[in-house]
Design a protein around this ligand. Structure first.
Ligand code: ARG
Length: 242
C-alpha cells in the first residue's frame, strides 16, 4: 500500500486552491475534499467518520506544518447521498456544511462543477490531487500535496472482465493509464478529479494503486449535480420564481 498520489509530483504552493484536507480532531489527515461553496465541501461518503470527529482545513499545502494560509472549520452537518452503498461503493458522495464559512483569498477558492449529466470522453486528461497517509504507523511526518494527470477510461473498458468486471455503475467514472503507474491511493479519497477546470470525479475506490489492470474509480459528479444544488440551495430555490 502506498501513502500518496502515485506517480505524481508536488504542485506549486497553493496552486490548487479548492482542495481541502479532512482531518481528525487530532490533526490526522484521512481524506480530501473540494470547496464548492464558501460553506460547503464535496467529498466521498466513505469519508464519513462522524461530524464531531472532523476538522476541515482549506488553504493547506504541507499538512504537518503551519504555513499561515490555513483556515479551519468544523462540520455543521454531513449530508451523505441517500443511495450510498458501502458494499458496492455506489453514490459515494457526501456534502459537508461548514460551521464557519471559508474566506476566499489568494490561497482558498471554489471549485466549479460540471452540469448535470455531462459526460467525459475516453482519453480526456484530468488531474487528481491529494495528501495521503505518510506512514502506516501512527503519527505523521511533513507531508506535501501531490498531483498527477490521468486520462479517462471508458466505462466499457473499466467494466471488462480484465478489469472491474461489471462493478462500475453509471454513477462512477474511471481514470488511469493502461500502463498503470499513475493513480490516486489510500488517503486521497474524497479528493477532486478535475477535467476541463471542473470537478468531474471524487476519489472513491480502486484495486491496489497504479495497477495497470485497474484504473482509479471516481464518483461521477455530473450525475449528482442536481442533488448537490438541491442540498446547498434547496430552501432558497423554493423561494425563487422560474
Ligand atoms: N478508498 C481509498 C481511500 O480511502 C481511495 C482509493 C483510491 N484508489 C485508487 N487506486 N485510485 O483513500
Amino acid at each position: 500500500m502506498f501513502g500518496r498520489i502515485v506517480g505524481g509530483y508536488i504542485p506549486a504552493p497553493n496552486s490548487i486552491k479548492y482542495i481541502v484536507s479532512l482531518q481528525s480532531t487530532k490533526g490526522r489527515h484521512f481524506c480530501g475534499g473540494s470547496l464548492i461553496h464558501k460553506s460547503w465541501v464535496l467529498t466521498a461518503a466513505h469519508c464519513n467518520i462522524g461530524a464531531e470527529h472532523m476538522m476541515i482545513v482549506a488553504g493547506d499545502y504541507t499538512i504537518s506544518t503551519y504555513e499561515g494560509t490555513e483556515q479551519y472549520s468544523k462540520p455543521h452537518r454531513l449530508v451523505t447521498h441517500p443511495l450510498y452503498n458501502k458494499s458496492t461503493n455506489n453514490a459515494d458522495i457526501m456534502l459537508i456544511k461548514l460551521r464557519e464559512p471559508m474566506v476566499l483569498n489568494k490561497y482558498v477558492s471554489l471549485a466549479p462543477l460540471p452540469r448535470q449529466g455531462t459526460g467525459m470522453i475516453e482519453g480526456r486528461v484530468c488531474r487528481v490531487s491529494g495528501w495521503g497517509y505518510t506512514s502506516l504507523v501512527e503519527g505523521q511526518v511533513p507531508f506535501t500535496l501531490r498531483t498527477v494527470k490521468v486520462p479517462i477510461v471508458s466505462t466499457a473498458r473499466c467494466n471488462s472482465s480484465e478489469s472491474f468486471n461489471g462493478n462500475i455503475t453509471t454513477n462512477m467514472i474511471c481514470a488511469g493509464y493502461s500502463a498503470g503507474g499513475k493513480d490516486a491511493c489510500k488517503g486521497d479519497s474524497g479528493g477532486p478529479l478535475v477535467c476541463e477546470g471542473r470537478v468531474y470525479g471524487v476519489v472513491s475506490w480502486g484495486n491496489g494503486c497504479g495497477d495497470a489492470k485497474f484504473p482509479g474509480v471516481y464518483t461521477a459528479v455530473s450525475k449528482f449535480r442536481r442533488w448537490i444544488d438541491r442540498t446547498i440551495y434547496g430552501s432558497l430555490l423554493r423561494c425563487v420564481k422560474y
